[in-house]
Write a protein that binds this ligand. Structure first.
Ligand code: BTN
Length: 336
């Protein structure tokens, strides 16, 4: 586990300064990703010995470095998710006030939820390279080989009723679609309630969970994005895809920053009750309007045509029986 945490300016820590320099070399603005140890030490304001110690520290933090006296040092992609890289320049108001990155956990949603009682954890972001028991909606599991995806959960603490489950579900889907689009250039669409698709295949899934804790409500927004791998056909109920099939050089820390920034933006809209804006931005990405669907809601099954999606009531369905139904995301799922 690694954590940047604390109030001090993290960019002043020698390991973070060196990481910054090596990470920026990956951006394509430089001719080479490599720096000779002397160049790196000088750029970071360290002696060669200090720089070597810092490189060891970065490797202990899980970063893969290639080093040779002749060719210098380079940070090898895919870069591990790192609290410092995620928090750097994030510019969010609430989300990402602290970031914890794990190698392996059962579920990042569980870690985030169990942190709710531990002091000032509002806005906490928990990531993992691998989950042993990643959860999807309605008891499904979320499968992602180690290091191949973006697996994270955001914890939000509020008075009960401030963050409506339905609205947060819609907001999270939109944030993920917009984040992927901004960082990777892929135009994503949304399938109610919160599946993110690229073309006809699922790229990301979202699980919003809430719990009442005394006079507070803890909301956990858990997101899984397939970055360099996706489950093969047959392992999932819907065809899945991953970003690197459609876009090159996806860097997960950067992608996570992009999604967190959009989530922070939409979180504030939900807090301000701007549901109409949420609705009007979500709808053009959703190909389900007027489509025929079969929905399971609790132990009922209904079939009909989609009329609308409401950030407060859920899917609005014109059932074949003539009845109009409001189907809340928390109890409903679309049947294929
Ligand atoms: C779905 O498509 O059914 C939702 C999938 C949500 C998966 C993410 S991965 C990170 C977080 N931790 C979990 O256990 N689940 C969510």
């Amino acid at each position: 586990m690694s954590k940047a945490g604390g109030q001090l300016d993290l960019s002043t820590l020698p390991a973070n300064r060196v990481l910054d320099i090596l990470y920026n070399r990956l951006s394509g603005r430089h001719q080479s990703r490599r720096l000779l140890l002397d160049e790196l030490s000088q750029a970071a304001g360290l002696s060669r010995e200090q720089c070597s110690e810092v490189l060891d520290e970065l490797q202990r933090r899980g970063h893969v470095l290639q080093q040779s006296p002749m060719h210098g040092v380079e940070l090898c992609p895919p870069v591990r998710l790192d609290p410092y890289l995620i928090e750097q320049g994030l510019g969010t108001q609430r989300i990402g006030r602290s970031v914890i990155c794990f190698d392996e956990v059962n579920s990042t949603n569980d870690i985030a939820m169990s942190s709710a009682r531990q002091g000032d954890t509002d806005g906490l972001v928990v990531t993992a390279e691998k989950q042993q028991a990643g959860r999807g909606r309605h008891g499904r599991s979320w499968l992602s080989p180690a290091g191949s995806g973006l697996l994270f959960s955001v914890l939000l603490l509020d008075k009960p009723g401030v963050l409506k489950h339905e609205a947060m579900t819609i907001a999270a889907g939109l944030a993920v679609a917009e984040g992927i689009e901004q960082v990777c250039g892929l135009s994503c669409n949304l399938k109610w309630p919160n599946d993110v698709y690229y073309q006809q295949s699922k790229l990301s899934g979202i699980l919003v969970e809430t719990r009442q804790l005394g006079n507070q409500q803890a909301t956990v927004v858990g997101v899984g994005i397939n970055v360099t791998a996706s489950p093969p056909p047959g392992q999932t109920s819907r065809p899945a895809t991953h970003i690197s099939l459609h876009a090159s050089d996806v860097e997960r820390n950067q992608l996570l920053r992009g999604v967190l920034q959009r989530l922070d933006f939409w979180l504030y809209k939900v807090m301000a009750g701007q549901y109409e804006l949420l609705h009007d931005t979500w709808l053009p990405r959703c190909g389900m309007i007027h489509e025929r669907v079969r929905i399971r809601c609790g132990d009922r099954c209904c079939e009909g045509r989609v009329l609308d999606v409401s950030p407060l009531e859920g899917l609005i369905l014109a059932c074949d029986s003539g009845q109009h139904m409001q189907l809340p995301a928390i109890r409903s799922s679309v049947l294929d």
